[in-house]
Design a protein around this ligand. Structure first.
Ligand code: SF4
Length: 185
């Protein structure tokens, strides 16, 4: 496992990006909880994209992308392919991205009925019109759409395990988290 982006004989600082898909936003704050430890390695890691903290998304490429959430819309299906193309390693954070999350409840119903129920306010959401509701038939884990290098499970993820995963991927070794996460080729 190589550690950093290599350019013209020089080794640039590894880059880390964070992406949100369908989720409750509960896992990414664990990254902010790690800010003291991340600051300690800031000299050798460049964080290009943490939406809540930085407010923007740089074009990449990235040595490591952390992805929160499941894939539920055609737009997100295209976006995760784009993220994959920009990322050397892609790690999924939490139950949403590794096993659909609570969004998968709609997988047991007809998606048109769910959309209509949302429009009618029967399932707790109010959309202006179902004409503007774009969705896939199923909410799916990230690995159903792109290659995933690692899944860090939990709801939310454990802060210490998140630090271990980031440190491991950026330093060129496998995360030491037995029995909690899996690799998908
Ligand atoms: Fe929220 Fe749990 Fe999904 Fe994390 S895995 S985004 S905490 S629902």
């Amino acid at each position: 496992m190589s550690t950093a982006t290599e350019t013209a004989g020089a080794v640039a600082a590894p880059t880390l990006a964070v992406w949100k898909f369908a989720s409750c936003d509960g896992c990414r704050p664990a990254l902010l909880d790690c800010r003291d430890e991340l600051l300690a390695v800031a000299g050798r890691v460049r964080i290009d994209s943490v939406p809540e903290a930085a407010g923007g998304v740089a074009p990449g490429p990235y040595d490591l992308s952390l992805v929160e959430g499941s894939i539920t819309t055609p737009e997100d299906a295209a976006r995760i392919r784009d993220v994959r193309a920009r990322s050397r390693y892609l790690v999924v954070l939490g139950a949403c991205g590794s096993s659909d999350g609570i969004q998968a409840l709609r997988n047991y119903a007809d998606v048109a009925d769910v959309a209509d129920g949302a429009f009618q306010g029967r399932v707790g959401a109010a959309y202006p019109s179902p004409l503007y509701l774009s969705t896939l038939k199923y909410s799916a884990p990230v690995r159903d759409h792109v290659k995933v290098d690692y899944e860090l499970r939990g709801c939310p993820v454990d802060r210490g395990q998140l630090l271990e995963v980031i440190t491991a991927f950026l330093s060129g070794r496998s995360p030491a988290i037995p029995d909690r996460s899996v690799c998908h080729e």
